[in-house]
Ligand binder design. Structure first.
Ligand code: NAD
Ligand code: DAU
Length: 351
C-alpha cells in the first residue's frame, strides 16, 4: 500500500481517485483537513476498502511513525502543503510550519521507519515529494523554460517554503540515503480545484455575476497542465524515476492570465450563456497586482519525456473544456466549499 499526504486537497484527491481507478493497491490518506482539504473530494470512495482517510498533521511525528508502523507502506507521496501564494503573503506562518517544519518531521518519521525495514523492502521503498515550478523564480519574456538545473530563486513566502522543503528532501537523500524523488510541476487545473485559485475563481464568479479580478495588467504567464496529467506523471516517476533525481512536469501550455480569462468567459458563453444575453467578459475587473508577482513560468519537461516516456494526454483546449463542464455539473460541491471561511477570505483579499 502507499501513504498519500494531503490527499483531500485538489491534486492529492485527483491522485487518489486516479490511482484507485488504475490499481487495487490500497491508499492511506493522511490529511490535516485545513480549509483546503475536503472529504467531499473523496466522497466516491465511501465504503471502498482500498482507501482509508486519517485526519492528522505531517508535522506530528509520533502519529506518522505510528501509521507507518501499522500500515507498512512501500511508498510515501507528499502532497501536503499550504499552497496559495496570496495567503502566504497575508500570513506566511502556516507555510513555514507545514511546508518546512512539517516536511522535516515527515522526513524524520519516514527515515525512522525506512531504516528498520528488511533489506528488500528498504531498497524498494520510495519517498516522492511533490513540488512546484515556482521554486525557480520568474522568467523574462524570452528566457528558456526552467530545467531541473535552473537556479532556485523563489520570490514568495509560499515558493520559498517549498524550495526549503525540496532542499530538505535532497539532503535526506544525500546524507541518510533515503530513497527520494522530487517532481516540480507547473500550474494545475481541473476538477476539485479550490475557488481561491484563478481558474475556478473565474468560473464561480462568472456564474454568480461577480467581478472577474485580474491582477495588474493580466500579462503574467503561467504554464498550465491538466491535473490528471500531473497524476500520471507522478505515477510514472514513482514507478521508474531514478533515486535522488528531480523531474520537471509541465504541459508546454504557456498562457497569459488575460487569455485564460477570455477562454473561460467564451466557454461559459457557449455552455451556460448569461440570462441577459450579454458576454461574461463584461465582468472582467482589473485589480491591484499581487506584491512580488512572478511575471512568467515555463517548464521544460523533456527529461521526464525522454527518460520515462511521459507525455500529457490533454491539450489546454480539451482540459479547460472538461474543467468548465465539471464545475457546471457540480454546483453542490461549489456551494459546499463556499463556506463562511471562504467568504471571509474573499472579503480580505478582494475588498
Ligand atoms: P491544496 O491546498 O488544494 O491541498 C493541500 C492539502 O494538504 C489539503 O488537503 C490540506 O488539508 C492538506 N494539508 C495542509 N497542511 C497539512 C498538514 N500540515 N498535514 C497534513 N495535511 C495538510 O494544494 P494542491 O493545489 O492540491 O497542491 C498539492 C501539492 O502540489 C502542494 O505541495 C503544492 O505545493 C504542489 N503543487 C501544486 C500545484 C498547483 O497548481 N496547484 C502545482 C505544482 C505543485
Ligand atoms: O506554478 C505552480 C503553482 O501554481 C503552485 O505551486 C501553486 O500552489 C498554485 O496555487 C499556483 O500558483 P499561482 O500563483 O500561479 O496560481 P493562482 O491561481 O493563484 O494565480 C494564477 C495567476 O493568476 C497568477 O499570475 C495570479 C493571477 N490571479 C490570481 C487570482 C487568484 C489573478 O489575476 N487574479 C486572481 O484573482
Amino acid at each position: 500500500m502507499i501513504l498519500v499526504t494531503g490527499g483531500a486537497g485538489f491534486i492529492g484527491a485527483n491522485f487518489v481517485l486516479d490511482w484507485l481507478s488504475h490499481s487495487n493497491e490500497p491508499i492511506l490518506t493522511l490529511d490535516k483537513l485545513t480549509y483546503a482539504g475536503n472529504v467531499e473530494n473523496l466522497h466516491s470512495l465511501q465504503g471502498d476498502t482500498r482507501h482509508t482517510l486519517v485526519q492528522g498533521d505531517i508535522g506530528d511525528r509520533d502519529l506518522v511513525a505510528q501509521l507507518l508502523a501499522q500500515h507498512q507502506p512501500r511508498a510515501v507521496i507528499n502532497f501536503a502543503a499550504e499552497s496559495h501564494v496570496d495567503r502566504s503573503i497575508h500570513g506566511p506562518g502556516d507555510f513555514i510550519q507545514t511546508n518546512i517544519v512539517g516536511t522535516f518531521n515527515l522526513l524524520e518519521a519516514v527515515r525512522g521507519y525506512w531504516s528498520g525495514l528488511p533489506a528488500a523492502d528498504k531498497a524498494a521503498f520510495r519517498f516522492l515529494h511533490v513540488s512546484t515550478d515556482e521554486v525557480y523564480g520568474s522568467l523574462a519574456k524570452d528566457d528558456p523554460a526552467f530545467t531541473e538545473s535552473s537556479h532556485i530563486e523563489p520570490n514568495s513566502p509560499y515558493s520559498a517554503s517549498k524550495a526549503a522543503s525540496d532542499h530538505l528532501v535532497r539532503a535526506w537523500h544525500h546524507t541518510y540515503g533515503l530513497p527520494v524523488l522530487t517532481t516540480n510541476c507547473s500550474n494545475n487545473y481541473g476538477p476539485y480545484h479550490f475557488p481561491e485559485k484563478l481558474i475556478p475563481l473565474l468560473i464561480v464568479n462568472s456564474l454568480a455575476g461577480k467581478p472577474l479580478p485580474v491582477y495588474g495588467d493580466g500579462q503574467q504567464i503561467r504554464d498550465w497542465l491538466y491535473v490528471k496529467d500531473h497524476c500520471s506523471a507522478i505515477r510514472r516517476v514513482l514507478e521508474a524515476g531514478r533515486l535522488g533525481e528531480v523531474y520537471n512536469v509541465g504541459g508546454w501550455n504557456e498562457k497569459a492570465n488575460i487569455d485564460i480569462v477570455h477562454t473561460v468567459c467564451a466557454l461559459l458563453d457557449e455552455l451556460r450563456p448569461r440570462a441577459d444575453g450579454r458576454a461574461y467578459k463584461e465582468q472582467i475587473t482589473y485589480v491591484t497586482d499581487r506584491p512580488g508577482h512572478d511575471r512568467r513560468y515555463a517548464i521544460d519537461a523533456r527529461k521526464l519525456e525522454s527518460e520515462l516516456g511521459w507525455k500529457p494526454a490533454e491539450t489546454f483546449e480539451t482540459g479547460i473544456r472538461k474543467t468548465v463542464q465539471w464545475y457546471l455539473d457540480n454546483p453542490q460541491w461549489v456551494a459546499h466549499v463556499q463556506s463562511g471561511a471562504y467568504r471571509d477570505w474573499v472579503q480580505k483579499q478582494y475588498a
